[in-house]
Design a protein around this ligand. Structure first.
Ligand code: ZN
Length: 66
């Protein structure tokens, strides 16, 4: 079991570490869901349905300019 593989809750495919993703965290529990940015529509639906339950965080990958 690898913890480094994050699966998208919408399309069930893994989200590579180098890709930015959208994280949903439930306020009433430890549950977390991750989405591709391209799948964030599904995440938005959840948040829109229950905005007081889910906290949405968009994780950006910082580019190292060099
Ligand atoms: Zn996805």
């Amino acid at each position: 079991m690898s913890r480094s593989k994050t699966k998208c809750a919408a399309c069930k495919k893994s989200i590579p570490d180098h890709e930015p993703d959208v994280m949903l965290r439930r306020l009433d529990g430890e549950l977390r869901r991750y989405y591709h940015t391209r799948c964030s529509g599904a995440a938005l639906d959840l948040v829109t349905d229950a905005p007081e339950v889910w906290v949405m965080t968009v994780r950006h990958i910082e580019e190292v300019a060099n």
